[in-house]
Design a binder for this molecule. Structure first.
Ligand code: TRH
Length: 380
């Protein structure tokens, strides 16, 4: 059977923020662009979608964006034929009429749950296993991951080559930053800051301000701005605001398109990221990073954090690994990180090398979209 004729439906409920739509939109585009598939992306919240893709018309029930058929998944479900492959992102519940449409097909579709990303060992054992059944239709678990035996990570075919070219091209970098109104001093280190509210921020900014190296901190508008404003001792922060405190320049950026955000990550010497998708993109940037993990009930996110750290720091000397562990754990616990930052800075060349090495190592695995297509091929 030719993949070209295969129809895929991806369902996304936006739980909060931008990760759910961020991941599914990236996947949908890649399935179309690199695998020639017909993809419908069903999204319940087009306003969240519009933030990462401003071309989205929020009032349309149906529209085409970059070859993907975007459908508004409204509360009132209009009957539609089920696709050959159905992906429920992050365990979202499909409309019951659609489930019946799946069961009534002459040949049942491949039905998968695209799960959250985790570096924990159990993921390898669970990836690809059958889950529940609805009438004749079997659902399967599909787990992204960092280890062989998982579904891998989303990575466009030419991503690392584009990244390499951009990072070697000083003019392209300057031009991109200029487009955002960013004109860093020649000797300044550039840091991007995308995070949830974090009580540990002030201690980091204290240390950056007192440092002998100038820092230009770029903060896309979002949840951390309140903490930044408090530290700066200003009432509000708006896009474009620029505040200088000793060696630290803090600039608020607009929330940019998803592909532009990659460029921002590629420009920076260090990226603070959060959630799932920005976390992966910062790894592909090949630069040291700091992850603000999404908080889950009963602190289960801490197991995820440690599982990732164990993999990510395995190539580091013990002192550098310890510094990274301390920095990441403190940040995700909302504790002061100033001292941890200084400890990590002592190992900078090693952390830079490890970031690039990790990226190249991860790129040896099949990317997630290819792994999904392969899973389907093996299944038919
Ligand atoms: O926004 P997030 O915190 O999203 C999620 C959701 O909360 C989700 O429910 C949760 O389960 C998950 O985290 C773990 O973080 P994330 O995943 O990094 O998504 C942000 C998206 O926004 C990502 O696709 C990058 C994009 N983005 C832009 O397009 N432009 C920007 O300027 C920035 C800062 C981000």
């Amino acid at each position: 059977m030719s993949d070209r004729k295969t129809r895929w439906d991806i369902f996304c409920t936006v739980v909060d923020n931008y990760g759910d739509i961020g991941v599914t939109w990236r996947l949908a585009r890649q399935l179309v662009a690199e695998h020639g598939l017909a993809v419908r992306l069903w999204v319940d919240d087009l306003r969240a979608f519009e933030r990462i893709c401003p071309q989205i018309e929020v009032n349309l029930e149906q529209q085409s964006q970059q070859g993907v058929e975007v459908r508004h998944w409204s509360a009132e479900w209009a009957p539609t034929a089920a696709a050959d492959v159905v992906i429920a992102a992050f365990a979202c519940q499909l409309p019951s009429a659609y489930m019946d449409a799946m069961a009534e097909r002459a040949t049942p579709p491949l039905w998968m749950n695209l799960d959250y990303l985790s570096a924990e060992d159990w993921v390898v054992g669970c990836h690809g296993l059958p889950s529940v059944k609805y009438r004749s239709v079997q659902k399967f678990f599909f787990f992204p991951g960092f280890q062989p035996g998982t579904g891998g990570l989303l990575r466009e075919r030419d991503l690392l080559e584009r990244r390499r070219q951009f990072q070697q091209d000083g003019a392209a970098r300057r031009q991109f930053l200029h487009g955002l109104g960013v004109e860093p001093a020649a000797d300044a280190q550039l840091i991007s800051l995308f995070a949830y509210e974090n009580a540990g921020l002030a201690s980091w900014l204290d240390v950056l301000a007192a440092d002998s190296t100038p820092t230009h901190l770029l903060v896309p508008e979002g949840r951390i701005l309140g903490d930044v404003a408090r530290w700066l001792d200003v009432d509000t922060l708006e896009v474009g605001d620029l505040n200088v405190r000793q060696a630290l320049t803090v600039q608020v950026l607009p929330f940019v398109r998803q592909d532009q955000y990659d460029h921002l990550l590629w420009c920076c010497d260090f990226n603070a990221v959060r959630g799932e998708d920005s976390f992966v993109r910062a790894q592909w940037a090949g630069r040291p990073l700091l992850w603000h993990i999404y908080q889950q009930d009963e602190d289960i996110h801490l197991d995820k954090l440690d599982a990732f750290l164990a993999l990510y720091t395995k190539g580091l000397a013990p002192a550098a690994a310890e510094a990274m562990n301390g920095l990441w754990r403190a940040w995700s616990a909302g504790q002061p990180i100033g001292e941890h930052w200084l400890a990590a800075r002592k190992h900078w060349p090693q952390l830079q090398e490890n970031a690039e090495q990790w990226c190249l190592e991860q790129a040896l695995q099949a990317d997630l979209a290819t792994a999904l297509v392969q899973f389907y091929r093996n299944w038919i």
